[in-house]
Design a protein around this ligand. Structure first.
Ligand SMILES: Cc1cc2nc3c(=O)[nH]c(=O)nc-3n(C[C@H](O)[C@H](O)[C@H](O)COP(=O)(O)OP(=O)(O)OC[C@H]3O[C@@H](n4cnc5c(N)ncnc54)[C@H](O)[C@@H]3O)c2cc1C
Length: 376
């Protein structure tokens, strides 16, 4: 009988996994990829949409363009997962398989922060798109970029938001009448790379952006326009831009796969405690950041290991836990940090100074995935 592999979630992890399976095995196996959305949007595109650098339409990559031999992409919502029998239930039926890969990403837990539902967040596509219309109406006062908990996706993204907000206000001639404050529940903007953190903190200082490390937004009082921090102090705002707390999607929590907020896995093989069930990307607790580039690295390891298992070969590659992140420093300049979590006794980061030339590298990062996954 043909081997069946079901992959839940067509994000960075799910799409890369299915692409490698298709390239390596084609129609030798039946791969079913399930996602509830009709399009994919890169995380970094949300900042472009929010600040008016791109329209939502221009950054939506429709799944109908994801066409790979041996892979069926179904637009369904996963409603239950039984990791023991490897049976997945969706709003359209059930799917049984020999190997199951869960790549459903991280959900936002708006309710975990009282009052957050009354203000704006920029981490969802809908939130970023709403802000695209709201920002032009803002002309004066205090902007607070407030992170409500860690871990959160793409550790540098709130810093990028602060720097891009500075440019946005400067361009509109409003910077002098606005303040910008960023609240972060981490000791520094990019903890594995002290050099990157130092550069970001210097960039904040140059632009008069206040940085509050080791603090998280515990609640928001939209009536009084104050963010309440975890030490009880209050931060007044005129425009609040939130990063909600993250959690595993409820369907994963209910499946018994998650412990605490995330799915425990062997960090090098991505195996869960259930035989032939893997978890990759933001959902998995690997000790590496929640970022697309890491989801992709984990997917590569699982794909090569599945190919080896199916072919009866023993050699399988392990997840390396390394990746490069591009960071918007403002004024068109991009920095880069290469982080490596598993090679040494502790995570390390190599920092590359912001440069306009690195913009081409970032554009290539997006364009190469767009071409590989969507043929665009
Ligand atoms: C503002 C911002 C900037 C970012 N910048 C970067 C960056 O520059 N570089 C980088 O590497 N990363 C960046 N990221 C992070 C990156 O977007 C994520 O870490 C990455 O997408 C995670 O990949 P994943 O495959 O684990 O999950 P996702 O890409 O989130 O995919 C999960 C998929 O599961 C689907 N799904 C969820 N629940 C269900 C269900 N019940 N039924 C069916 N389908 C479901 C979703 O529709 C989604 O398509 C950024 C994120 C943000 C918010």
């Amino acid at each position: 009988m043909t081997i069946r592999i079901t992959v839940l979630g067509a994000g960075f992890g799910g799409m890369e996994l299915c692409t490698i399976l298709s390239e390596s095995l084609g129609h030798e196996v039946e791969v079913t990829l399930i996602d509830r959305s009709d399009a994919f949007v890169f995380g970094f595109s949300k900042l472009d949409v929010m600040f008016g650098h791109a329209t939502l339409e221009s950054v939506r990559l429709p799944y109908r363009r994801f066409v790979k031999p041996g892979v069926r992409l179904l637009r369904e919502t996963v409603t239950a997962i039984d990791p023991t029998t490897r049976r997945v239930t969706t709003d359209a039926g059930t799917h049984d398989c020999d190997y199951l890969v869960v790549a459903l990403g991280a959900d936002y837990d708006i309710a975990a922060t009282p009052g957050l539902g009354d203000v704006e967040e920029f981490y969802s596509v809908a939130g970023a798109n709403r802000l695209r219309d709201i920002l032009p109406t803002f002309s004066k006062g205090q902007v607070v970029i407030g992170v409500c908990g860690a871990p959160y996706k793409c550790p540098p993204a709130p810093s990028e938001c602060a720097l891009m907000m500075h440019d946005y206000l400067l361009t509109r001639g409003l910077r002098g009448q606005c303040s910008i404050t960023m609240v972060l529940p981490l000791p520094s903007p990019v903890p594995p790379s002290p050099e990157t953190s130092k550069a970001l903190i210097a960039a904040f200082a140059e632009r008069d952006i206040s940085f509050m490390p080791n603090r998280r937004v515990a609640s928001v009082d939209a009536g009084r326009r104050v963010a309440v921090l975890d030490d009880g102090s209050e931060l007044p705002y005129d425009l609040f831009l939130g990063v909600p707390r993250h959690r595993a999607p409820a369907v994963v929590e209910a499946s018994g796969l998650a412990e605490g907020s995330w799915v425990p896995v062997n960090p090098r093989t991505l195996e869960t405690k259930f035989p032939d069930v893997y978890a990759v990307g933001d959902i998995a607790n690997t000790g590496t950041p929640k970022a697309g580039v890491f989801a992709e690295g984990a997917a590569k390891a699982v794909a090569t290991s599945l190919v080896a298992r199916i072919r009866g070969e023993s050699a399988a590659s392990l997840y390396g836990g390394a990746g490069s992140c591009y960071i918007e420093f403002g004024a068109g300049r991009i920095g880069r940090v290469d982080v490596d979590f598993f090679s040494g006794p502790k995570p390390t980061g190599t920092y590359y100074e912001p440069d306009v030339a690195l913009r081409a590298d970032k554009e290539l990062f997006g364009a190469s995935r767009k071409a590989r996954w969507f043929g665009l």
